[in-house]
Design a protein around this ligand. Structure first.
Ligand SMILES: Nc1ncnc2c1ncn2[C@@H]1O[C@H](COP(=O)(O)OP(=O)(O)O)[C@@H](O)[C@H]1O
Ligand SMILES: [Mg+2]
Length: 217
């Protein structure tokens, strides 16, 4: 276990010394794959349009930590430090999967149904992702996990934010070429089936408490 941790930290250090890339897929010597995510670098005049990169990064990191603690389907954070996080590889994004010719249509539709169910479960927990496009949902052959939480807000999500999430997922499915409508249908039907089948099994959203002016779960 200790060897594995050391191995991972060596791989993180090597990647950090390499050219600055905001998101990179890395591999430790023992084969563990992870994504190194770093603060974006762009010219200060773009801050006006995109906001401060450090703030965007910290929002993503703290939301990711929150979702992990909350038991939401997100990949583990394997290591972190100033300006970076190393995140477990969660499989292919649905964008990549839907273009992959080696994956059968049945396999792609299964992933789309899992995405609909995962979104319903997240919403059942009283949370919304913020922008669950196909590129931010990953499939490893067993489960869907969400990534990229720049638009996540840690307050109880109402009907509007959930509807917005679902619309984004469906729009993203529809944009995946000629099979887009089939993907969209499978995401949507699995989403509603998850609610209809067992709505009581989904966690009941708890009322939001306010502490120091900040909403808390
Ligand atoms: N943990 C992960 N598992 C699988 N793929 C990932 C992971 N993290 C990032 N990626 C891939 O990298 C892409 C960009 O990462 P993301 O966190 O979404 O950053 P961005 O803010 O650039 O959208 C994703 O769309 C996905 O393809
Ligand atoms: Mg993204």
């Amino acid at each position: 276990m200790k060897d594995r941790t050391t191995d991972l930290h060596i791989a993180v250090d090597i990647a950090l010394q390499g050219p600055h890339q905001r998101v990179t897929l890395c591999q430790a010597r023992r084969g563990v794959r992870f994504w190194l995510k770093r603060v974006e670098r762009f010219a200060p005049h773009l801050w006006l349009v995109k906001g401060k990169p450090e703030q965007a990064f910290e929002r993503d990191r703290s939301s990711h930590q929150f979702l992990l603690k909350y038991g939401a389907p997100v990949p583990r954070i394997l290591a972190e430090g100033k300006g970076y996080i190393a995140v477990e590889h969660a499989g292919a994004s649905l964008t990549r999967l839907s273009k992959d010719k080696s994956v059968t249509m049945a396999g792609k539709l299964m992933a789309c149904r899992a995405a609909g169910q995962a979104l319903a479960r997240l919403h059942g927990m009283g949370l919304a992702h913020g922008r669950p496009a196909f590129r931010d949902m990953c499939w490893d052959g067993r489960q869907i996990r969400f990534i990229d939480f720049e638009y996540f807000v840690a307050t109880k999500a109402g009907r509007l934010r959930k509807a917005r999430d679902l619309s984004i997922a469906i729009l993203s499915a529809l944009s995946q070429g000629s099979t887009g409508p089939r993907f969209a249908y499978n995401v949507l039907s699995a989403y509603y089936a998850a609610w209809d089948r067992n709505p009581k099994a989904l966690p009941v959203p708890c009322p939001v408490q306010v502490q120091n002016g900040q909403p808390r779960f």
